[in-house]
Design a protein around this ligand. Structure first.
Ligand SMILES: [Cu+2]
Length: 63
């Protein structure tokens, strides 16, 4: 979090609250094939001027 190196035991979470201005680095083993979506849970944040999808959303495809 906020530039602190990733260390210690792995943390397993489905969601993570990130406050404005905070930054997190994610490190994971992509060993579960499929299409995974990282997104904000605030609906207006996953749209660009009302058009979805957009904004704070990204897709990770694991083969
Ligand atoms: Cu958001």
């Amino acid at each position: 979090m906020d530039g602190v190196p990733v260390a210690g035991e792995p943390m397993v979470k489905d969601t993570l609250n990130i406050a404005p201005g905070e930054r997190y680095d994610l490190e994971f083993v992509a060993d579960n094939p499929g299409t995974w979506v990282f997104h904000c849970h605030i609906l207006s944040h996953v749209a660009n001027h009302g058009v979805e999808p957009g904004g704070m959303i990204t897709v990770l495809k694991v083969a």
